[in-house]
Design a protein around this ligand. Sequence first.
Ligand SMILES: [Zn+2]
Length: 205
Amino acid sequence: MRFYFKQIKTANYKKKLFSKTPMAKEIETEQDFEHQPCPLCNERTLILAEREVEVPYFGKVYLFSMTCNNCKYHKADVESTEQKEPVKYEFDISSEDDMKVRIVKSSEATVKLPHLASISPGPAAQGYVSNIEGILNRVKYQIESAKEMEEDEDGKKNAKNLLKKITRIKWGQERQKLIIEDPSGNSAIISDKAIKSQLRVKVVK
Ligand SMILES: [Zn+2]
């Protein structure tokens, strides 16, 4: 995603050089580019936004987002300003306080909540800075949407139980393991309780 931004930025900077910009010292912490071509519908209705944010105990990250006003395409991602190593984080959710634990999750990360749900990486995946509660809310939303589509009674019941489980985890009444694996290294669980290890990346030869 950063590559896409670089292309747009270069094109826009060239334009900027010719228009007179009195601000020579532009601190690049926040930038929006409107009327960009949308990768999905090809209309020039895409808004690109880039923010540079300092995440305590992790470092500086770029937050990117693309939003199309025409086809409603939306993609967000997070990337560290430094090169990072493939990483794995494990965390034991055991209290209400854990809800506030900060999470950096890139679109390349796999989030596993064993016996509950998982979030897969891929082109449609989003990257964001959130907390454990935010992750649980996203999973809750996924299960709720799936439940509405479900026609089978057993499937409905199963979804209902999973939603109850999420509520209990949020209240600190049930323990839950959380695992985040990211080959790009752009993800983290920011807590002393989190166990960080090197992720072994399978190399396809
Ligand atoms: Zn579009």
